[in-house]
Each structure stands twice: as C-alpha cells, then as structure tokens.
Design a binder for this molecule. Sequence first.
Ligand code: BTN
Length: 248
Amino acid sequence: MRLPDGFVLRELDRVDSTNDEVRRMAEAGAEPGLVVLAGEQTGGRGRHGRAWASPPGNLYASVLLRIDGPLAASAQLSFVAGLALADALERHAPGDVQLRLKWPNDVLIGQAKVAGILLESAGQANGSGPRCVIVGTGVNIASYPEGTPYPATSLAAGGFAAITPRALLASYLGALDRWLAQWRDAGFAEVRAAWRARSTGLGEKIRLRLDREELYGRFVDVTPSGALLLDLDGGGRREIAAGDVFYG
Ligand code: BTN
C-alpha cells in the first residue's frame, strides 16, 4: 500500500520505541516526513510516563513533522493527529461502530480506548535545523492490555475486519496529510470544531487526573490553544494543559 507523497517509511521488526528511533534519526539529520513503523516495541511509552504494551499484531508508528509557528502549535497538532486517526479508523469501521475522541487525542470505541498518541519534540543534536515534533501512534489492532487505568479494547474486539498495521498506517498518513493541510489553510478553528463534533464528555461531569492531584467538575470546552476548561465542583474554573479524563 502506497504512502502519501512526502512520507518516507522505515520499517523495523522490533525496536525499543518508534518515538525513540525517530528521535535518534532526527538527531542524525533525518528530514521531516520520516515514518518509523515497528512490528513490536520492547519499551513502548504512553503519555505521563506510562508503559505502552506493544506485542506483535498492533500498530506502532511515529512520524517526524516540522512545526512552524508558535509553541502552541504543538498542542494544536495533538488535535490534528487525533482527528486524522479517528477518520482513518472510521474508514475501516463496521457500520454500527462509533469512534469518539477523548481529550486530548485518545480514540475510543464505545467507552474503551483503542488508540493513543504521544507527541514529543525532536531536533538535531546541535540545535540546528527545523523545529520538529514526533507524533507517535499506537493502535490496538489485534490485542489490548488488561488492567489499564482506562478500559482498553482492540479493533478485533470491536468487530473490525482484519487489517495490517501497514495498511492502517497508509490510511492514517493520508488522513493526517489532509488534516495538516486543513489546519495550515483554515487555521485551528476548523480543527477545533471538528474535534468538538467527534469528542465525548463535553458538558459532562468528569474526573481529571493530573500528575499530583485529581479534579472533579464539568468539562466546559477546549480552548483555542487546546487546553481543557473545567468548572470545578467546588466553584471556580481551571484551564488544564495535560491530564487524563475519566467519565461518570
Ligand atoms: C497514550 O498514552 O495514549 C499514548 C500512547 C502512544 C503509543 C505509541 S506506540 C508508537 C509510539 N512509540 C511509543 O513508544 N509510543 C508511541
């Protein structure tokens, strides 16, 4: 399956983490557009320093993207990537399956997480060259881990027809290409509107787990910079840049 123009694929049977491999290659001078796809990871990483179970059969891929503009653009990219992934998965979904986004960019089937995205910054070792972001994406195609903080599922368990990681990656990069162009041409407002339309939990009571505290309140909205606006149960409003949302 052909990848969209501008992406250069490096496929590995096994690696510690595709994000780490992309970082090493970027430090050695690799250009934006590099994509690393691995059959399995021995040190897969999730957000907030968690491990990401990475047995064979699922998708583990990282893309090196150039980021122009202010630092806030990285936060916005997280929504662009989440939308692209949800769109790509929807192309392969059985008719009755609804894919939703959980802030900032987890993809859910029903109430369970099927995919996650880890954004990290990258650059050349000597600090020269463009500012780049690594978009690392994991999709539970064939299997999912038990006992995770948020319930997990897989495409197989969700009734999807079998798909190879490579074929899913091609769909994802196509959708990413389209959403990146949309973001560049029309700005973040359209991305945000599309994200809101696909999201779950807006307006609802949530629990938000941060690094050192838990907050309870109503999920009011996402801000133009991608933060979560929370009306606290005890009164007051907080704008949260990073955390884990739990519903119900
Ligand atoms: C999350 O916590 O939801 C983010 C999970 C991101 C996992 C992917 S798998 C490919 C890439 N390599 C990693 O080590 N992590 C990301």
